[in-house]
Each structure stands twice: as C-alpha cells, then as structure tokens.
Design a binder for this molecule. Structure first.
Ligand code: SIN
Length: 478
C-alpha cells in the first residue's frame, strides 16, 4: 500500500486529535510500527457523533437507487484495489496474503450484495377492519449507527455492517480495533471517492472503553453493532439500557466439529484444516472442539496430524505462508496457557507446537487428544491453531457434548448419512451449522449466533433488518 492513513476520517476530512495524542499500529510479524493514529478526546468523539447525525438527515433522503449505485461503486473500487488492501490487512493483522486477498473480495461482495438489497426495502399494506381505513407499514433507517469492529477481519467485518447500514439509509461511525485501524481508515477514503457524502461514514480511533461508553450513552446513536468477545458484549447490553439502543452482537463461539463413524474421513480432515486453521485459528467460527466417533478417532486423528504438520507458519507477506503470527503476545500466551493446562489436566499431545525462531507469536499447529469437558481448552475459545479432540460413542452423547457450552455461534457435522446429519443439525443449539462443510461464511447467508454468542444477523436478506425500524401508519379516510 503506497499510502498508510494516520489520521481519522470524520465528516469527510482527515483529522488528528486536538491533543496531538497518538498510538502506534504495529505489524505482528515484524513489530514494525506501520503508523501512529489519533487518540481522540471525549469531546471529539461527541463531535463525530453530532456530524454523523447531521449527515444522516440528508442521507436518509437520498433515493435508494442512488445509495445502491454508491454501494456498487464501493464494491468495484475495492475489487480494483485488492492487492493494496490485502497488503495492508496482512501488514496490520498478520494473516497470509492469500487469505487477505480473499477477505477483500469477500468485503467487496458485501457491498455488492447490499447495493442489491438497498432497492428492495419494501413496506407493507395490511388490510384493515373497516372500509375507510388503511394500514401502511414503512421501513425506515434506524439513525446513526456506531460500529465496534474486531481485528481478525479488519475490512470484512466492517463491510458487512457498513454495507447494510448505508443501504438502509443510516449514517455510520466505526471504531476499529486498536490493532488494525489502518484498513478501516483506508476504506473510509475509498468510500468517499466512491460517492459516500461527508459525515455518512466516519472512522475514529482512541481509547476503546471511552469511545464505547460515548457511543452507548449518546442519545444520537440509535444502534450499536459489535463483533467481539461475549464479555464485552454483555457490558454493551448493560450500557445500552439507559438510551434503549438497538444492538447487533456477534460474540464469541465455541464451535464443535462432530465427526460420525460414517463420515468421509478425508473430506472431514480437509474441512477441519480450513475450519480450524483459517486466520491461524483466530475466527469466531473456527472449530474449537473436535468430537469424533470412537470407531474412527484413530484414523481421523492420524490424518489430521499429518495434514497439520504440512502447514507452513511464517510472515503472512511471504507467499509460502499458510499460518501467520497471532495478533499479539497476549493472544499467543493464552494459547500456550491452554495447551499447558490441557497437558496438566491429563490430555495427550501427539502433535506439539514447535518453537519458531521468529518469536512466540508464530505458533505451529498442535493436536491434543483425550480432551474432556472439564478442561479449560474445552470451555474457552482457543483462538489459535490448536486442534482439541474428544471422542463419543452415541449420537445423543455427541449432541449433548456439542451443546454443553453457553455459546451458540457455529457448529459442524460430518456424516454421509443425510438423515442423521439433518436430525443432529436440528438439535444443535447454534445459529449456523455446516453439514460436511466448514466454508459457511457467505454474503447470501445470515451470519450470527444464539445463546451467549449474541443476536442479530449480518449478510443475507435478513441483515438489513438490523438497520431498519418499522413504522405503521393508520389512515382513516373521512
Ligand atoms: C468471524 O466472525 O470471526 C468469522 C468471520 C467470517 O467468517 O465471516
């Protein structure tokens, strides 16, 4: 990327913090400081919210077809700059360039999808009880939306929120994760060139807690959309009470990957490799717990070990890399802690992570067996390249083990018996289930969880509803 942004995009302008305060953004592979970005003060956050509110009043009047054209222009502009954005994502986030390119295309697809949805926000006319009465249902934009976005997909997680919000006619303020604000800032500039008016899309950086609480307490912010931990999601739910805000929460997962005795083992292992090691295991829908039927546990484990060993760990900017560094030292320490505690709690580790001369954030795949539900590695979201395997004997046991978590984001079922796969899928308490499939994310499908994995849906024909409110007109014709 030729130009790395170092200011905030507010009301159509690049702005620094008036205090001059900044914080560094570093490359997790090399520790190189890529840029310093502003640490806004509370009153600057409020100013950004106010300017978004002013912009909202005009944006909601822009005809849907025009908003649709702008969204399509954003999609096309992103596709024209896949390489630029991919390089920036890899530099600040660490994922391999091939995955970063995929993320940019995935993001562009959200803008295209929502350019198509923008023109289909249809209301309803409902038959009334009396001849001189009409009941109309209007769908209107909720207002100013604040988004708190994660570091694992710095562009895609923003794109699927922003695309829906702009399509609905909302103005939008994003606070990207402090680890990865640069691609969000670059996206803001791209959107402005594609025709998004000043103030309609803003990106601000600074102290996460302060910005989050300003979003939550501002009566002008009518909706907050968040992707991140369940812990923070619960804080946001509490903070939303005072202004009764609409929320969309994409929170943590603890995805089970259930392999029945009749599964195609080769296909299941290939699904596992993608579903476990994508983004070095740092996605909310990554497999967290393998549940394998006793009859095939040995064969599955051996094949998974063999395939895991082949994966190349390195700097994401190198073409051979399949697993990049974890995002921070803290993230790496958590993964190491979970492996160590599984060992202490009695698990076996037939594939140990190998130390990497590049540093402790570079963690190679490991495979852990004899995992039990009392172990931390079973209960916590690993967010790293560790395959933790438990076994089961009956379908009921598999379902009960799979559901034994407060989380309910994604689950995976592998079986060649369609009727078993469907019956089990119906009993899994998850918002998304992949049957013989781990590539479940797509713009057409409703992404989201149940239980402590949150609520609301992103993408698909349902995603725009989170940015709309219903108004009903009761009209009597005297
Ligand atoms: C995630 O939320 O971490 C996964 C994102 C995706 O696959 O869309």
């Amino acid at each position: 990327m030729k130009h790395v942004p170092s200011k905030n995009w507010i009301n159509g302008e690049w702005r620094g913090a008036s205090s001059g305060e900044t914080f560094p953004v570093t490359n997790p592979a090399s520790d190189e400081v890529l840029a310093r970005v502003p640490a806004l003060s509370p009153h600057e956050v409020d100013e950004a919210i106010t300017s978004a509110q002013v912009a909202f009043l005009s944006w909601r009047e822009v005809p849907a077809r025009k908003r649709s054209d702008i969204l399509l222009a954003i999609s096309q502009a992103l596709l024209a700059r896949v390489e630029d954005f991919a390089e920036l994502i890899t530099a600040e986030q660490g994922k391999p360039l091939s995955e970063a390119r995929g993320e940019v295309v995935y993001s562009a697809n959200y803008f295209r999808w929502y350019s198509e949805e923008a023109v289909r926000v249809n209301g309803d006319i409902i038959p009334a009880d009396t001849p001189n009465k009409r009941i109309f249902v209007l769908k209107q934009p909720v207002g100013v939306v604040a988004a708190i976005t994660p570091w694992n997909f710095p562009v895609a997680m923003l794109a699927r929120k922003l695309g829906a919000a702009l399509a609905a006619g909302c103005a939008f303020i994003a606070k990207p994760a402090p680890e990865t604000p640069l691609s969000a800032l670059a996206l803001a500039e791209l959107c402005a060139h594609a025709g998004v008016p000043a103030g309609v899309f803003n990106v601000i950086t600074g102290d996460a807690e302060m910005i989050g609480s300003h979003f939550m307490s501002s009566p002008l912010v009518r909706k907050v959309t968040f992707t991140g931990s369940t812990e923070v999601g619960k804080i946001l739910i509490r903070q939303s009470a005072d202004t009764v805000k609409k929320l969309t929460l994409e929170l943590g997962g603890n995805a089970p990957f259930v392999v029945f005795g009749d599964a195609d083992i080769e296909h299941a292992v290939e699904g596992a490799i993608f579903g476990k090691y994508r983004n070095a295991g740092q996605t909310c829908i990554c497999v967290n717990r393998f549940l394998v039927h006793d009859s095939i546990a040995h064969a599955f484990t051996e094949r998974l070990i063999a395939r895991s060993k082949e994966l190349v760990v390195g700097d994401g900017s190198e073409a051979s890399t399949q697993i990049g560094p974890l995002i921070t030292d803290e993230a790496a320490a958590k993964v190491t802690r979970l492996i160590d505690s599984a060992r202490r709690e009695g698990a076996s580790i037939p594939l140990e992570p190998t130390p990497n001369t590049r540093g402790k954030r570079f963690i190679s795949p490991s495979v852990i067996t004899h995992v039990t539900p009392s172990m931390s590695i079973w209960k916590e979201e690993i967010f790293g390249p560790v395959s933790a395997i438990a076994t089961f004997a009956t379908d009921d046991e598999a379902i009960s083990l799979a559901n034994s978590t407060p989380h309910g984001l994604a689950a995976y079922v592998y079986s060649n018996n369609l009727s078993r796969a469907l019956k089990v899928s119906e009993q899994l308490e998850y918002g998304m289930v992949g049957v013989n499939d781990t590539a479940i994310s797509s713009v057409q499908a409703p992404f989201g969880g149940i239980k402590e994995s949150g609520f609301g849906r992103e993408g698909s024909k349902y995603g725009i509803d989170d940015y709309l409110v219903l108004k009903y007109l009761s009209v009597t014709m005297p």
